[in-house]
Each structure stands twice: as structure tokens, then as C-alpha cells.
Ligand binder design. Structure first.
Ligand code: CTP
Length: 319
């Protein structure tokens, strides 16, 4: 039985900071790409040995109670107490229970989406996953509008909503949350101690204003399980990015997975500059020394899966 080759090299992978996008040449969206169903199923099965997206997508109400103490995943010496608000917002059953979708889109936040015209195509997928509350309205032509699940690292509250310093920022966040209109809001609340207050502020806003979202808080074991799966496949990531986490989870409930906005390089395939995010002015240095992510390495692994038909990466314009 053939193995899934995600990273051919057996030597420890290093962070590729060369930003040499030429090496990552991907055929244009219109070029022939065929879904490899057998491989997708095999990957699903392999990942299921490490985690089960249906369970690990969120801690459930029955497993925690207010006052319980949790050790942060990356700061084991720091703890948090499960607040009444957090408890209220824990789902009773998995938001992905028995869910299966024909096609899913995972929308990363790279500036490569600008002028892609991919919005319509993205919105045709059965289930659309977005990252870090990235804005859609103003960029609909390129990124689409449909949102079934959106992630929110606590750091987003600082970066995109000025830590809710005044009523204007609180209102902006509230508007964004209301616009989610019933979709899943996925908040990694137990990762690092820095996010404590931010998660509490968001929880409070949701409850106070009866925001129509289905909150989910990833399980304590998810991150290590995802990392374990990729390490086993010789992809030596330090800490999986949100995008890679989403792909790994999606393999469980999506038959075909389409990735957009994954391009961690400052130049596109034609050597034109690419913004780090399509919607803000964050710079590329952000992913280097200071960041625990190894995005180019992840990209290499995803590109290999694209070439084998396990997923489809779109890094140029849509038809
Ligand atoms: N991404 C990418 N290329 C970029 C920017 C983002 O491939 N230039 C992908 C990554 O998989 C990333 C996802 O899009 O996880 C969402 O982007 P972002 O919000 O920047 O996510 P993270 O870096 O994971 O979030 P954080 O910086 O809070 O850790």
C-alpha cells in the first residue's frame, strides 16, 4: 500500500525563510487538478489515529464546570478558572456532530487573495471556514461572504479591535460578531495565558447582546495531536498555524478541501509583491524569529498534498 508522502525529506526540516516563491510554483486555478478520493480517505483515517475533529473541535458542557482549573497548553505553569460565562457558552453537543460536506473551502488570510476574484467560487462550497475574524464585506469579490466557521485567536482582539479600549471598538467587534449570523465561532481559549481577558470580554459581549453565534473552544489535546500527526509525516512544525489546524480538522468532515489565501511569501508567482494579510498592514517579519509558526514549511506540505490531489490550493486568480 502506497504511503502518503507529505515531506519527502527525512532530515529535520528547517524554517524556510528564503521566501523564494518561484520554488512554490503552483499551476493556475484552471489547470487540470483531480481530486484523489482514495488518498483523502487514507489521510482522514490516519488523522483519526491522532484526533477526532468531531470531538476535538470543542470542549463540551458536560466535561467542565464553573471554577474548574485549566493549565494553559503553552504556559503549563499558568492556570485559568472556567468562568460562568465560558461555561454558559460551551456547546452541549459537537457543532460538527454527524456533519459531512461535499466540498469545503478554507480561506487563509494572505494578500494573495487580493484581485483574485475568488469570492464567488469560495461561496459555492458547502462549508466555508475562515480565520481570525478576517473582514469579508469590503473584500467580497475576492474572498466571498459565506462563513460557516470562523476562528478567533484572542490576539485578534488586540490587533484588529484595539483591545476594546472604547465604545467605538466594542461596537465594531459587536457588529462583526452579529454579522456571523449563526455560524460557528471557534475560540482557542486555553492555548496561552495572554488571551485570558480578551476571551472573557468576547464571551461577555456575546451573552450580553445575545449574539447569534455557536461558540466552540478547542479541546486541550487538539494542538499536540495535530502537531503529532504532522511530525509523524516528517513535517517538523513548531506550532501549527490556524490554517493548518483547520485543514487537519476539515479532513474529518469534508470530502474535498479547497484552500484559498495560503501564501506565506512576499512575492507572488510572477514576482509581484503580496501583502501578508489581505486586509491589514501586518508585515512578513511577523512570521519570522518572533513567531512560533513555520508557515513556509507548512505550505510545502500543503503543496505536496495539492500535487497528489488530496486538496486543492488556489494561489492565483479564479476562473
Ligand atoms: N496564511 C498564509 N499566508 C499568509 C498569511 C496567512 O498561508 N501570508 C494562512 C496561515 O495558514 C494562517 C491562516 O492563513 O494560519 C490565517 O492567517 P492568520 O490570521 O495570520 O493566522 P495565524 O498566523 O495562525 O494567526 P496568529 O498570527 O494569531 O497566530
Amino acid at each position: 500500500r502506497a504511503e502518503v508522502v507529505i515531506n519527502g525529506s527525512s532530515s529535520p526540516a528547517v524554517v524556510d525563510r528564503s521566501n523564494d516563491s518561484i520554488k512554490h510554483n503552483i499551476q493556475p486555478a484552471s489547470a487540470k487538478w483531480r481530486h484523489n478520493q482514495t488518498l483523502s480517505l487514507r489521510i482522514r483515517k490516519q488523522i483519526l489515529k491522532f484526533l477526532d475533529a468531531e470531538k476535538d473541535i470543542s470542549v463540551l458542557k458536560g466535561t467542565l464546570k464553573p471554577g474548574d482549573i485549566i493549565h494553559y497548553i503553552f504556559d503549563r505553569d499558568s492556570t485559568m478558572n472556567v468562568s460562568q460565562n465560558l461555561y454558559e457558552l460551551l456547546p452541549r453537543t459537537s457543532p460538527l456532530k454527524n456533519k459531512h460536506f461535499r466540498t469545503c473551502a478554507i480561506v487563509g488570510n494572505s494578500g494573495v487573495l487580493l484581485n483574485s476574484g475568488c469570492g464567488q467560487e469560495i461561496d459555492t462550497h458547502s462549508f466555508v471556514i475562515r480565520c481570525n475574524l478576517a473582514p469579508v464585506q469590503e473584500y467580497a469579490r475576492d474572498v466571498g461572504l459565506k462563513t460557516d466557521l470562523v476562528t478567533m485567536n484572542p490576539s485578534v482582539i488586540q490587533r484588529a479591535f484595539e483591545d476594546l479600549v472604547n465604545a467605538t471598538w466594542r461596537e465594531k467587534l459587536l457588529l462583526r460578531l452579529h454579522s456571523l449570523n449563526g455560524s460557528i465561532l471557534w475560540i482557542p481559549a486555553f492555548m496561552a495565558r495572554g488571551g485570558k481577558e480578551r476571551v472573557e470580554w468576547v464571551n461577555e459581549l456575546i451573552l450580553k447582546h445575545r449574539v447569534n453565534v455557536r461558540t466552540a473552544y478547542p479541546s486541550l489535546r487538539l494542538l499536540h495531536a495535530v502537531r503529532g500527526y504532522w511530525l509523524t509525516n516528517k513535517v517538523h512544525i513548531k506550532r501549527p498555524t490556524t490554517g493548518l489546524l483547520m485543514y487537519t480538522l476539515a479532513t474529518r468532515f469534508c470530502n474535498q478541501i479547497y484552500l484559498y489565501g495560503f501564501w506565506p511569501f512576499p512575492l507572488d508567482q510572477n514576482q509581484n509583491p503580496v501583502k501578508y494579510h489581505y486586509y491589514d498592514s501586518l508585515k512578513y517579519g511577523y512570521t519570522s524569529q518572533a513567531s512560533p509558526h513555520t508557515m513556509p514549511l507548512e505550505f510545502k506540505a500543503l503543496k505536496s498534498l495539492h500535487e497528489q490531489g488530496a486538496l486543492k490550493l488556489t494561489v492565483g486568480q479564479c476562473d
